[in-house]
Ligand binder design. Sequence first.
Ligand SMILES: Nc1ncnc2c1ncn2[C@@H]1O[C@H](COP(=O)(O)OP(=O)(O)OP(=O)(O)O)[C@@H](O)[C@H]1O
Ligand SMILES: [Mg+2]
Length: 303
Amino acid sequence: MTDKTSGTHGAVVQDSAPGQDGLLVELRGAGKSYGNVRALHGVDLKVHAGQVTCVLGDNGAGKSTLIKIISGLHQHTEGEFLVDGTAVRFSTPREALDRGIATVYQDLATVPLMPVWRNFFLGSEMTRGPWPVRRLDIPRMKATADQELRNMGIVLDDLEQPIGTLSGGQRQCVAIARAVYFGARVLILDEPTAALGVKQSGVVLKYIAAARDRGLGVIFITHNPHHAYMVGDHFSVLRLGTLELSADRSEVSLEELTNHMAGGAELAALKHELAQVRGVDTEELPEEDDLTAPVAPSPEGTT
Ligand SMILES: Nc1ncnc2c1ncn2[C@@H]1O[C@H](COP(=O)(O)OP(=O)(O)OP(=O)(O)O)[C@@H](O)[C@H]1O
Ligand SMILES: [Mg+2]
């Protein structure tokens, strides 16, 4: 009964073939201005099937602007945006979804009082019987939601419980499983671990890895270099709207990534300031030399 092939039911995903190397989405020198505010400028980004691309950056760095372009909420005002090797310009999130680009926002679009299975199918309910006696196919929705959650390794005791009673991490996981089921090829996660504790973050990271293992290209937005490094294949660090670092996992260590995120020079200055304050133990902080050490984006000196 249950259709195991994840993907093409419910939402209509247009036939698209990924480009060479499983390249699904690419930005070339992309940018976005809001009036005369330049939020993003000259950004190159590649998203491959079966890989996690992490986008890091401080507040206001342009992370949300970047994903809004890819998810069809905003349009780029400079550069190019390609899906499966073809230049595109989406005017609605629906168009992005039709190309298999799904976004899980932090404030998840769920109805807290509705059961888990109902939320899983929200807006794309299964029905049975001919019109005008068509009804919701509740048993099939329950069985499918249960199976799909299990396929992702998510086991919930009771799918009848209101989704509002799940933890933030569990809700993120249901949203990820839902996107996979409805045929996402590219999954965008906007700070999915930001509001979570250590244990729940671990659970969400596990499902990010599960989505990647099912062949999705994942864009993982985060402030946290440790979370990024646990699952990331590629790291793009934004700073004031431009790319400060774009490196594969083999090209950058966790320390270097953390240093980039923190803004090494700023941290060194902060440490100096803190050293003047009684009761703050700066011994625990990294050495100034470590903080200011320049990081080569690529050992090969490639572009
Ligand atoms: N709709 C908008 N109109 C005008 N300026 C905007 C708009 N959206 C974002 N900006 C500006 O663009 C810049 C980048 O914002 P963005 O929301 O993309 O950053 P962010 O990296 O997601 O930050 P945060 O970590 O706080 O979510 C900021 O300077 C912001 O003020
Ligand atoms: Mg943001």
